[in-house]
Design a protein around this ligand. Structure first.
Ligand SMILES: [Zn+2]
Length: 448
């Protein structure tokens, strides 16, 4: 029997990829046999037999095509797509960041009965950076001041942070300091691959040295942190210095917190209701984070009832005339290394009210004392406000307004957009005006 050329279909017949379900089909054996026959034909083995098997393969291929056209076409899904995992549902797009549920209620969410029951017990607190807590009782007045400040310096003194820092600098050898400085060549923070590689290289070179120093620097005596010794000494109570100082700092922080709670209870009574501002700055460059939630949790654990108050514009509004405060006073720069570039900076904590009401009220008093010129008098006698004091006084305005009317004063409310924002007009490009061609009449001398 002469060998004939197989059908064109079989010349390009690939072995289709099958799923586990398809492999169990009865026609699958036929397909596999056909494929083997095709391979045999390719190898020129038993040409006649191959040809017969090729005919068989063609039949099988036709069966397969028929099956594919009926079953798979009904599903309208190609094989490759059927094997794909189901696509994840797309998240609904949110226009704004979802508001997390606050750990405390806002004071404007309370009922009138609750607000009235708190009368005479509220302590208004403004959290800040230098004055960590500036507290004022709602009954405080100029004659009977009921204020309490908890400053950062006080906290540093109680937690002994500065002393510990000085000790650590003293015990650090020059080579360790140089090794730490070498880490600054790269960066492990910036999203830059080159810098991160440099950082890893530098880190790998000094890692052993730093690990030994920070793990195996021991105190000679348990009560002394000045006398240190590399590696463990024969003293039975010799502790690793760095771990000891970290533990001490943690314990001191806890003790300082408890001391603060006791002080607040002593100043404002055990039944005081804390109304604290909702502003905090957890991540601010070159600044220590301002505690927000941790203050509230601490006060709650201390047994106080804690509520939040919205701080919007409270530290920028004059509590006397409701005008806008501005920081116009310049003071020497608190950062000595910046003195050459900026010797004077604006004072953040001291604000002045320059509204006419405040100026007039003070100016009249001053007018009786001195007979100066009016402009000089105004410069001297403008009303100065401590930013924290202005904030807590405005808190009190809000609290009293909520008790009387049920809503906060409009000057401390955020403006709600009533209409959709207008589309911006396209910027008008300044087209070059064509030069006026001098008319022949303009060039004529005036005499004519
Ligand atoms: Zn004012």
């Amino acid at each position: 029997m002469p060998l004939q050329q197989p059908p064109i279909l079989l010349q390009y017949m690939p072995m289709p990829s099958m799923t586990s379900q398809q492999e169990q089909q009865p026609w699958m054996q036929v397909v596999q046999q056909a494929h083997e026959a095709w391979q045999a034909r390719q190898a020129w083995l038993s040409a006649e037999q191959a040809w017969q098997e090729c005919i068989l393969a063609e039949k099988a291929w036709l069966v397969l095509q028929e099956w594919l056209s009926t079953e798979q076409a009904q599903q309208a899904q190609p094989l490759a797509q059927q094997e794909r995992p189901p696509a994840k549902k797309a998240r609904p797009r949110r226009s704004a960041k979802p508001q997390q549920k606050a750990d405390c209620l806002y004071i404007d969410e309370l009922s009138q009965a609750t607000l009235q029951s708190m009368a005479g017990r509220c302590v208004l607190i403004d959290p800040g950076r230098r004055d960590l807590l500036f507290a004022m009782h709602e009954d405080s007045s100029i004659e009977d001041k009921q204020l309490y400040r908890y400053t950062r310096n006080q906290q540093r003194k109680e937690t002994r942070v500065t002393r510990f820092k000085r000790i650590l600098e003293k015990v650090k050898p020059a080579d360790i300091a140089a090794a730490e400085r070498s880490l600054g060549a790269g960066s492990c923070v910036k999203p830059d691959l080159v810098l991160f590689k440099e950082y890893l290289k530098a880190r790998a070179q000094v890692a052993d040295k730093l690990t030994i120093f920070y793990n195996e620097t021991y105190t000679v005596h348990p009560t002394s942190t000045h006398q240190i010794h590399m590696f463990k000494t024969s003293e039975p109570q010799s502790f690793p210095l760095h771990r000891k100082l970290r533990l001490s700092a943690y314990v001191n922080q806890k003790q300082a917190d408890q001391r603060l709670i006791k002080k607040l209870r002593k100043e404002f009574g055990p039944n005081a209701v804390i109304v604290i501002g909702d502003w905090s700055a957890p991540m601010n460059r070159f600044h220590e984070p301002i505690r927000g939630k941790s203050w509230r949790m601490l006060l709650k654990r201390g047994g106080f009832e804690v509520y939040l108050i919205k701080e919007y514009l409270t530290s920028k509004t004059c509590p006397n005339c409701y005008g806008q405060l501005s920081n116009t006073r310049y003071v020497p720069n608190p950062r000595p290394f910046r003195h050459t570039k900026r010797p004077m900076v604006k004072c953040h904590g001291l604000l002045s009210c320059q509204s006419e009401k405040c100026l007039e009220s003070i100016g009249k008093i001053e007018d009786e004392k001195e007979g100066e010129k009016e402009c000089e008098k105004k410069e001297k006698v403008q009303r100065w406000w401590n930013r924290d004091l202005a904030a807590v006084l405005n808190f009190r305005h809000i609290l009293f307004s909520l008790r009387e009317t049920g809503i906060a004063p409009t000057r401390f409310q955020r403006k709600q957009p009533t209409e959709a924002p207008k589309a911006r007009k396209p910027r008008k490009t300044k087209a070059c005006k064509p030069r006026k061609t001098p008319s022949p009449t303009n060039n004529l001398p005036a005499q004519l």
